[in-house]
Ligand binder design. Structure first.
Ligand SMILES: *Cc1c(COP(=O)(O)O)cnc(C)c1O
Length: 386
C-alpha cells in the first residue's frame, strides 16, 4: 500500500466484499442464466477497469455498459466477453459496433437500415438486443411496431436477434409490485410473439438488481445486475421486501464494496464565535479545532452535505462545518484526541465500529445511493484492497 502514502484522497474497493456479493448472486441464479454485470458510469463510481477485472475473476459472464466508448475501453483492455451497449450509438459509429463484436440495443428502424447496409458491404454479422416498451417509456418499441422490426430482421440474416429485453420502471421505489408485474406480463407476451416469428432461441432478459433479489421469475436467460454487485440495496423498499420475503434480517446479505478516504491537509485552532467557510453558515460556539480535508463538490462530495454530514477519524465522528467548497471541506475535531496532519479520514466506509454508508450520505443530500457513489470524481484513484 505504498501508493496510498502519496494520495490525498482515494477510493478503496474491497475485493473480499465484492467476491462475497458475486458469490451470493451466483448462488441465486440458475446455471443457465447468464450473469451480466452492469458497469456503466465508471462502474457506478467504483472504478471501471478495477471492477471489470474483479467481475470476471469472480464469475460474471458478460458486461452491460451504457456507451460505445465504455464498450471499446473494455475490448481494448482485453475483455473478450459479450458486451451489451444499452445506450444510443450514433448511426455514424455503427461500424465500430461491428468491428468490436458488441451486442447492441435495438429500438429504431434507422439503425436496422444502416446496419443492413454495413453488413451487406462487409459480410459481418451483428448481435442485436431488441428493447421492448412495457411501461418505462425510455427506449423500447411498442407491441404494434413488432411486426415491422421482426420482418426486417427476418429478411437480413446478418442482423442476428440475440436478445429481447425490457426494464422495470417501478420495482425499487415501492413495496407494491403490481406495476412491475404488469410490465412482466406484457414483456412475456411480446417475447412470445418474437419467439413465434422465427426467433425461438432469442435470449430474454428483464432483471435489474431489485428484480434479481426479489423475483426469480424475472431472471429468464440473463440478468443485468447493477447496484447490488457493489453491495448496495436498490432502495429501502427493496431491502424491506427482501426481509419479508425471506424472513431474514437481511443485514449481511450484501457487503458494501466502496470506501472513500482522504488525508488531513491542515489542522487549525479556531476561537469561539468565528464564521466558517463561504457564507459563514456555521459559527463556532467554543474554542475549536478544525481539520481541512482535500475533497469537495468537484469530487462528488455534494454541496448539499454542507453542515450536515460527518467523517470518521479513529472511529469517531467529526462533524462537517460550513459549506462544502469545490475542493475542500472543514470538519470539527475538537473532541477527538490525537489527530495529526495527514491522518487518514473516512468519508464513506468503516472506521472501528462506526460506518458511514452511501445511503446515509445520499439521504443527507436528498438523493439515492446510486447517484452518490456514481458521482465520486473519476480522477480519484480506485485501489483494490483485500
Ligand atoms: C442501469 C441499468 C440496469 C442496472 O440496474 P440496477 O438497479 O443498478 O441493478 C439494468 N438494466 C438497464 C437497462 C439499466 O440501464
Amino acid at each position: 500500500m505504498t501508493k496510498l502514502r502519496i494520495l490525498t484522497s482515494w477510493v478503496e474497493i474491497s475485493e473480499k466484499a465484492y467476491a462475497h456479493n458475486l458469490n451470493f448472486f451466483k448462488s441465486r441464479l440458475s446455471p443457465d442464466t447468464e450473469f451480466s454485470v452492469v458497469v456503466k458510469s465508471n462502474a457506478y463510481g467504483h472504478g471501471f477497469l478495477e471492477i471489470a477485472s474483479l467481475a470476471i475473476k469472480y464469475g460474471a459472464d458478460s458486461f452491460c455498459v451504457h456507451s460505445l466508448d465504455e464498450a471499446i475501453c473494455l475490448r481494448k483492455s482485453g475483455y473478450n466477453q459479450e458486451i451489451l451497449i444499452m445506450g444510443p450509438v450514433l448511426l455514424d459509429r455503427l461500424p465500430e459496433v461491428l468491428e468490436n463484436r458488441f451486442r447492441l440495443v435495438l429500438y429504431n428502424l434507422e439503425a436496422i437500415d444502416k446496419l443492413k447496409k454495413l453488413t451487406d458491404k462487409n459480410g459481418r454479422t451483428v448481435k442485436l438486443h431488441l428493447k421492448l416498451e412495457t411501461g418505462t417509456y425510455r427506449q423500447g418499441i411498442e407491441e404494434k411496431s413488432l411486426p415491422v422490426f421482426l420482418k426486417k430482421l427476418n429478411q437480413n440474416p446478418r442482423l442476428q436477434l440475440d436478445g429481447v429485453y425490457t426494464h422495470f420502471a417501478n420495482i425499487e421505489d415501492t413495496t407494491n409490485h403490481e406495476y412491475a408485474f404488469r410490465q412482466l406480463d406484457l414483456f412475456t407476451r411480446m417475447a412470445k410473439i418474437v419467439k413465434n416469428e422465427g426467433f425461438a432461441d432469442v435470449k430474454l432478459h428483464a432483471a435489474c438488481s431489485a428484480a434479481v433479489l426479489l423475483f426469480p421469475e424475472t431472471h429468464f436467460d440473463m440478468v443485468r445486475l447493477g447496484i447490488s454487485q457493489y453491495g448496495l440495496w436498490p432502495s429501502r423498499e427493496t431491502f424491506v421486501s427482501y426481509k419479508i420475503k425471506h424472513s431474514a434480517n437481511g443485514i449481511d446479505v450484501l457487503q458494501p464494496v466502496l470506501s472513500w478516504k482522504a488525508r488531513i491537509g491542515q489542522i487549525k485552532p479556531v476561537p469561539p464565535s468565528q464564521n466558517i467557510g463561504y457564507g459563514g453558515t456555521y459559527q463556532t460556539t467554543r474554542e475549536s479545532r478544525l481539520a481541512i480535508l482535500p475533497i469537495g463538490y468537484a469530487d462528488g462530495y455534494d454541496r448539499g452535505l454542507s453542515n450536515q454530514s460527518y467523517v470518521l477519524i479513529n472511529g469517531q465522528r467529526a462533524p462537517m462545518r460550513g459549506r462544502v467548497c469545490m475542493n475542500l471541506i472543514m470538519v470539527d475535531i475538537t473532541d477527538i484526541p490525537e489527530v495529526n496532519l495527514e491522518d487518514e479520514v473516512i468519508l464513506l466506509g468503516k472506521s472501528g465500529n462506526s460506518r458511514i454508508s452511501a445511503d446515509q450520505l445520499a439521504n443527507l443530500c436528498g438523493t439515492i445511493n446510486y447517484e452518490f457513489v456514481t458521482r465520486i470524481g473519476p480522477s480519484i484513484p480506485r485501489i483494490i484492497t483485500e
